[in-house]
Structures are given as C-alpha cells and as structure tokens.
Ligand binder design. Structure first.
Ligand code: SF4
Length: 66
C-alpha cells in the first residue's frame, strides 16, 4: 500500500469516528471498512483481521495476522 493511500484511509477513518459512524468507504478500493466504533459495539473479535481492530486481532488465525 502506498503512503498516499495510507494517509487517505487514516483520515477517512478519523472523520468517520468523529461523526460516530460505523463504516467509511476506503478511498483506494471503494469498499466499506468498519470503523473502530463498529468493532467496539460488536464487543468481540470477528477473526477477519479488520483494519481497525481494537482487540489486537485476538480471534484471527495466526497465519492470517499481518
Ligand atoms: S478482526 Fe479485529 S476488528 Fe475484526 S472483529 Fe476481530 S477484532 Fe474486531
């Protein structure tokens, strides 16, 4: 991932969290990405290695950890 995209999604995430939203559109891929708020509301790790995991990817299989 390039530095430019990296900054863009960080900004998109920060804005979404500030607005209390559960997802944002990834600037590079156009996909929906769950914000940290959505994960906190869920309460447990889904094991999908989400970008904004607040649980340190605890349910993610070892081979999928980044
Ligand atoms: S992978 Fe991370 S973000 Fe996704 S649910 Fe598990 S903990 Fe939450």
């Amino acid at each position: 991932m390039s530095g430019g995209h990296d900054v863009a999604w960080r900004r998109a995430h920060e804005r979404a969290v500030a607005e209390g939203r559960s997802f944002y559109i990834d600037p590079a891929s156009g996909y929906r990405v769950f914000t940290e708020l959505a994960h906190l509301e869920r309460g447990t790790c889904c094991g999908s290695a989400c970008r904004h995991c607040p649980y340190d990817h605890e349910a993610v299989p070892q081979h999928r950890k980044r």
